[in-house]
Design a protein around this ligand. Structure first.
Ligand code: GLP
Length: 256
């Protein structure tokens, strides 16, 4: 894993956005894996700026989102579909038919998940996957204790995740109990992964994910098994990492 520590979340987000933008310029038909939550908002803002100010072209880009709540329709303000439209898709020129988000209201959820996996395969796999990390170490909605080889499926949310995400809902009990999420096996097939973690509240779980043992108890730790992961973290988020000096040393020399 390459760990890029930046002073602020804003700088880290811009650096991550620039890296993905370079990929899109080099390969206009890039397949992006996208995440929701507060963490990727700065990255999305920067993509929007690059699109409007510098003409970054998403016209041939395909996207697959990590996850969606079961039971929330696309027009529900707390659905991840709604979030993505508001925070990114409405502001860039990505084609609606190339945007993929699991449908949490599908009649047959198992068929929806199988079709999602097939659509990723048909698109040639994910080139660049953006990830945040949940406070319990989840990626997508792959909660602790699940299989590290899982595929897209229905997953129950932990009580902690429901508490964490309650801030987006009017009532805590409105947070759905289930999600559809890409599996860990699905995520690991991405060619490149950008993991973002900002703020002191992510410091301990990020250190476990990056420097702790690989364990299903911290799903993000499985990223240690992936050959091309870059971690973008701000100074507060890096506070619990043991090898900060080494990561900064590597950063200094890779810039030479
Ligand atoms: C949700 C999403 C995850 C995301 C996590 C962290 O649970 N399913 O993909 O990484 O939230 O959220 P935040 O970025 O708001 O801390």
């Amino acid at each position: 894993m390459e760990v890029m520590i930046q002073d602020t979340a804003e700088t880290a987000s811009r650096t991550a956005a620039a890296l993905a933008a370079e990929e899109i310029r080099d390969h206009p038909d890039t397949v992006l894996g996208l995440a929701t939550g507060s963490t990727p908002l700065g990255l999305y803002r920067e993509w929007i700026r690059l699109h409007s100010d510098e003409g970054l072209d998403f016209g041939r880009v395909t996207s697959f989102n990590l996850d969606e709540y079961v039971g929330l329709p696309a027009d529900h303000p707390c659905s991840y579909r709604y979030f993505m439209q508001e925070q990114l898709f409405n502001h860039i020129n990505i084609r609606p038919d190339r945007v993929h988000i699991p449908n949490g209201t599908a009649g047959d959820l198992a068929a929806e998940c199988a079709a999602y996996e097939q659509a990723i395969r048909d698109a040639g796999g994910i080139d660049v996957q953006v990830l945040g990390i949940g406070s319990d170490g989840h990626i997508g909605f792959n909660e602790p204790g699940g299989s590290l080889a899982s595929r897209t499926r229905r997953e129950i949310l932990t009580a902690q995740t429901r508490r964490d995400n309650a801030r987006f809902f009017d009532n805590p009990e409105d947070v759905p109990l289930y999600s559809l999420t890409m599996g860990i096996g699905t995520i690991l097939e991405s060619r490149r992964i950008l993991l973002l973690a900002f703020g002191e509240h992510k410091a301990d779980i990020l250190a476990k994910a990056v420097e702790g043992p690989v364990t299903a108890s911290v799903p993000a730790s499985v990223l240690q098994m992936h050959p091309h992961v870059t971690v973008f973290v701000d100074e507060p988020g890096a506070a619990s990492l043991a090898r900060v000096d080494h990561y900064k040393w590597v950063m200094r020399h890779s810039l030479e």
